[in-house]
Write a protein that binds this ligand. Sequence first.
Ligand code: ZN
Length: 199
Amino acid sequence: MRCVLCERDIHPMLTWEGLFCRRKKWVACARCYAKFERARADSYEGINTLYIYNEAMKEWLHRFKFAKDSVVAHIFADELKRAFKRYKRAVVVPIPMHVDKKRERTFAHIDVLLEAAGVRYTHLLEKTTSDSQSQKSQQQRQKSATLFRRNAIQLKKDTPLVLVDDIVTTGTTIRHAREVLEQDGFINIEVVVLISARL
Ligand SMILES: [Zn+2]
């Protein structure tokens, strides 16, 4: 078995990490996994993040989102699965595909991540705009109209929801998504994001 990141052979049981990390799915080698930086357990503005954006994560994101290499989605399957265990009764709601690359992208990357982790999800939001978020300043982003709208799927308003995104920078995307769900009457909304890139 070879590491999908560096292509070296994987020998999980020959490393301390392999013996003690409870990892079930060895997609990358221990050396590559060690390059990803775990986020601290406390959440920020109610957003639970799993990893910190660093050089290894930058490379991973590039392969996953821009080279559309869905094999690397499995790298964080164990971590995501574990993160969602505490939300057993919640409905997992992916942020819809980001508008900036919508036309170029062929797959909804959040859905792909969740599927790799075996986490069931339900789309409750859809995009309303095709403007590029990344080309706007932070002020423009905050002023811009709502990015999402509720779709037709109906749920009881006291259903706990967990919004999921791959990366958080300013938090604007999450804020918009949460607002739309709150305006629809949902009262119990948590947020899980794979990577924190907050400055
Ligand atoms: Zn490796």
